[in-house]
Design a protein around this ligand. Structure first.
Ligand code: PLP
Length: 430
């Protein structure tokens, strides 16, 4: 497959845009380097690049595009919003409509606020938790990504009950001291952490189903125990549902798993592809936020009519009968096919899948935490990724990302993907 235009555009991009990309995950660093593909059009489950090559897309823009590219109802909602003016700086009826929809779908959101990204949403939940509890420290789980605000760019210390170290230049040691990182699915490590720091911990930040070291489900009872232990010690539980909300059902992963946090951060899918974030939770906690309370949070673009309209339209699409069944059926077909082909080519693999989201891990049999995901075979993933791309299958360029199905994918798309995977596994095996 020729990608001459992408090569030219990437050379040009690197002259003007830092690193040639506006988000590091778009560079091909995670697959041993290469030229990112410059896409020019998306429709349904497909992309066309600047050289007019067609791809079946499983990136889904890192999650938001669950309805497929340029879904007609979402496109129409955005067009209508644009015609009416995209930004007012005043409240609008759309915000009420969307907030109500979110609350109906995710009942733990007694009050919500719209922001512009998942990063902002998570960052603000932490501030609000600190304002509510009067405490400073937070706990997060290793390998979970919660956006790029300072506090969550902190890696684990040397043991579960040690304080973190900065994961990015520019994050100060003092900030890192406020964060404790614990292995996911390790309730003993979490208990130990609370025994040591419990009276100082404002909140624990949890991806209820992890989406950032592949798809990893919580062990039975893990989230319930996290809730109990946290509350016993006077802290709050924050779910980062930026990836998971509306991914597995019309509602949050919390509704899917039937275990509920004090506060939730949202993003991605709820914007229908436009920039968005939202946070919410118990009314008594949310009342700490300005203008009612002392914790400040604001935004020029927050709740803008275009994002609200796209989000409402997207949720209306997802509320339709059969949507999640379709995603699950396709996911099952893809998982079964990938595992069959891996066996055929004697490539050791495992698939973690929740409904229409899955991750294929190389060189392993079980993934329940970040260390295991980190230890999977990066070279095999890179070979597989490139072989798939050259056959017109667009995956995320990182072994830690999920494949996201959209409602636009068909069984024929899955079968075509599996034909490509047959060759890709053959390359991995050589
Ligand atoms: N939280 C999770 C779980 C995410 O996966 C992401 C982004 O990938 C974020 C937060 C940050 O969201 P955004 O990129 O919209 O700032």
């Amino acid at each position: 497959m020729e990608r001459v235009r992408s090569e030219q555009l990437y050379t040009e991009a690197k002259e003007h845009i830092l690193g040639g990309v506006n988000s590091p995950s778009r560079a091909f660093k995670g697959v041993g380097g290469g030229t990112p593909v410059f896409m020019k059009r998306g429709s349904g489950a497909y992309f066309w690049d600047e050289d007019d090559n067609k791809y079946i897309d499983y990136l889904g823009a890192y999650g938001p595009i669950i309805a497929g590219h340029a879904h007609p109802a979402i496109t129409k909602a955005i067009q209508t919003a644009a015609e009416n003016g995209v930004l007012y700086g005043t409240p609008t009826k759309l915000e009420n409509e969307f907030a109500t929809k979110l609350k109906d779908a995710i009942p733990s959101l007694e009050k919500v606020r719209f922001v512009n990204s998942g990063t902002e949403a998570v960052m603000t939940t932490i501030r609000v938790a600190r304002a509510y509890t009067g405490r400073d420290k937070i706990v997060k789980f290793a390998g979970c990504y919660h956006g790029h605000s300072d506090l969550v760019l902190v890696a684990a210390g040397s043991g579960p009950a040690t304080l973190g170290t900065p994961d990015s230049a520019g994050v100060t040691k003092n900030i890192a001291k406020e964060v404790i990182t614990v292995p996911f699915n390790d309730i003993d490590a979490y208990r130990e952490t609370l025994e040591k720091w419990g009276t100082e911990i404002a909140a624990v930040l949890v991806e209820p189903i992890v989406g950032n070291f592949g798809m990893v489900e919580p062990a039975p009872g893990f989230l319930q125990q996290v809730n109990e232990l946290t509350h016993e010690h006077g802290g709050l539980v924050i779910y980062d549902e930026v990836i998971t909300a509306f991914r597995f059902m019309y509602g949050g992963a919390q509704d899917y798993l039937d275990v509920y946090p004090d506060m939730t951060a949202l993003g991605k899918i709820i914007g229908g592809g436009l920039p968005i974030g939202a946070y919410g939770g118990r009314a008594d906690i949310m009342e700490k936020v300005a203008p009612l309370g002392p914790a400040y949070q604001a935004g020029t673009m927050a709740g803008n009519p275009a994002s609200m309209s796209a989000g409402i339209a997207c949720l209306d699409v997802l509320a339709q009968e059969g949507v999640y069944e379709h995603l699950n059926n396709l996911g099952e077909r893809l998982e079964t096919g990938l595992l069959r082909l891996a066996r055929k080519h004697h490539v050791k693999c495992t698939v973690n899948r929740v409904k229409g989201a899955l991750t294929l891990y190389f060189g392993t049999e079980t993934i329940t935490n970040y260390d295991q995901a980190d230890a999977t075979n990066s070279e095999q993933f890179a070979t597989f990724f490139k072989a798939m791309l050259d056959q017109g299958i667009n995956l995320a360029p990182s072994k830690f990302e999920a494949w996201f199905l959209t409602i636009a994918h068909t069984e024929a798309d899955i079968d075509q993907t599996l034909e490509a995977a047959d060759l890709a596994f053959a390359e991995v095996a050589t």
